[in-house]
Design a protein. Structure first.
Length: 485
């Protein structure tokens, strides 16, 4: 069977090339190299060994993916003519996408791919920056990585920092996670006689030196705890510490039941921050809601029931399952079509559903729950198509409440007032007004106007408790005239 033998040329000079690899290259009839821009290959060419490089292919393509695809296609085409040797920098199994493609597709082409080995540049890099990777080391391809993948608590090594654009991308991503002046190390040709090692502040990463295919970047692990405050894993540890023996007495005694009211309170404070149009306040309040989620998850973990990982997994599964138009083959064009699709998927998830209201959360605030109950009933047609019957229903319930106040028990009065409020929720829903949001805004307006009363009374040197309703109402009307909301 025709063979493609892959030889790694190491990271340094010819003297560091293994004897076996040297003999393989010396005896090969045909040698192809991903790039000839490598100190070992330059020395071999000077010694009279002939080889063909694929450097020109890099100039013909706009992405590394298409470049590697073209190289692999060319290698399989050449292998049809007979066995060959393919030389790559470093070790063939380290940051070599072409090697992975060759291994994955060898059976399809009926060609045997043999990895002959080589020395990785990592050995030289570890020596140059004097680190022990067993402490925790993450190696990332600088040409294709995402910020969520970066673990700043580990030794970080970015390989394939081919050009200034790639170096700039690494810098900008790291600057979202680390201070601009965080010290990093730029290494070039590690392990060779041309080795260069420069320590620079992060903001100068892409200006430190001319980069090429032998450039790597080392980022030392974060030791300052304050730099980890943005890290979700660190936040989990903080919450676990609060709940652990020796932690906070208040946090330690909380249960799912005791925390219920705080989740509601924090959710309302998020709404308040939204109404204020204050982005910083909103970020702070969302953090308070996240704390509640993490406390519940920590309690679940301590009880052996679930962890925050289960929470995240369930949410990811639900989002992907209920968005087949994004993660699957469904086609929708409008928000209304998305809502219909969402409901169909939810219906398909139910094994047995004795009631339409099973999915309406029991712990919602009253107005919000009334709104959800009515929307659920409306899905099966139990709803008015016009607004006039709703107005009539409100008048009817108002009359019944007045009658109950005059002639019936407190329990009857409570029932009739509930019916009136429920009818008002129906009216709000018809006009697409969220009743919970509406009453929240009214509460805030009441607070603002009453605080105006307090301020004006204080300015006049009066006492709030000694003023008549008419006098207080004067200041209330003043607040309305000023447009205080």
């Amino acid at each position: 069977m025709t063979q493609i033998t892959i030889v790694g040329t190491g990271a340094g000079d010819l003297s560091q090339l293994s004897l076996g690899s040297y003999r393989t290259l010396q005896s090969a009839e045909r040698i192809f190299a991903r790039t000839l821009d490598h100190p070992v290959l330059r020395e071999l060419i000077e010694d009279g060994i002939s080889m063909t490089g694929f450097d020109a292919i890099y100039e013909e393509h706009n992405s590394f993916e298409s470049t590697y695809r073209a190289i692999v296609d060319r290698l399989f085409e050449e292998a049809k003519k007979g066995s060959l040797v393919y030389a790559v920098p470093g070790h063939p199994m380290m940051a070599e996408s072409t090697v992975q493609l060759l291994l994955e597709e060898q059976e399809m082409h009926g060609i045997e791919v043999i990895v002959a080995g080589g020395q990785s540049f990592l050995d030289a890099l570890f020596t140059a920056v004097r680190i022990d990777p067993i402490e925790g080391c993450q190696i990332l391809d600088a040409t294709r990585f995402a910020k969520p993948e970066v673990q700043v608590r580990n030794h970080l090594i970015f390989v394939q920092v081919y050009d200034q654009f790639t170096a700039s991308n690494v810098k900008l991503t790291l600057m979202e996670l680390l201070p601009d002046d965080y010290e990093v190390t730029v290494l070039q040709a590690a392990g060779s006689r041309d080795e260069k090692v420069i320590n620079v502040p992060l903001y100068e990463l892409d200006r430190a030196m001319e980069v090429n295919n032998l450039t790597a970047v080392y980022v030392p692990p974060v030791r300052d705890e304050k730099l980890l405050y943005h890290d979700f894993g660190w936040l989990r540890q903080v919450v676990a510490t609060l709940r652990a023996p020796g932690g906070c007495p208040w946090d330690m005694k909380q249960t799912h039941q005791s925390l219920k009211k705080y989740l509601i309170e924090e959710s309302y404070e998020v709404l308040e921050a939204i109404d204020e149009d204050d982005e910083d306040h909103l970020a702070e309040e969302l953090g308070d809601v996240l704390l509640q989620v993490l406390l519940h998850a920590q309690i679940g973990e301590e009880e052996g029931m679930f962890t925050v990982d289960d929470v995240i997994q369930n949410l990811s599964d639900k989002l992907i399952r209920r968005h087949p138009h994004v993660f699957g083959d469904e086609k929708v064009e409008t928000a209304e079509e998305v809502a219909g699709l969402w409901n169909r998927v939810k219906e398909g998830e139910k094994e047995t559903s004795p009631s339409q209201f099973d999915d309406v959360t029991k712990g919602l605030p009253g107005l919000m729950r009334a709104n959800e109950l009515q929307k659920t009933a409306a899905k099966v047609g139990f709803d008015w198509d016009e607004v006039e019957p709703i107005w009539q229903k409100i008048q009817e319930e108002l009359s019944e409440f007045k009658e109950a106040v005059q002639e019936k028990t407190f329990e009857d009065q409570e029932d009739e007032l509930g019916d009136l409020i429920f009818a008002l929720v129906n009216l709000a829903r018809f006009y697409k007004i969220d009743p919970e949001v509406a009453v929240h805004r009214t509460n805030q307006k009441f607070i603002a106007r009453f605080q105006h009363i307090e301020k004006r009374v204080k300015e006049k040197g009066l006492q709030l408790e000694k003023l008549s309703l008419e006098e207080l109402d004067h200041f209330w009307e003043e607040a309305k005239q000023k447009g205080i909301k």
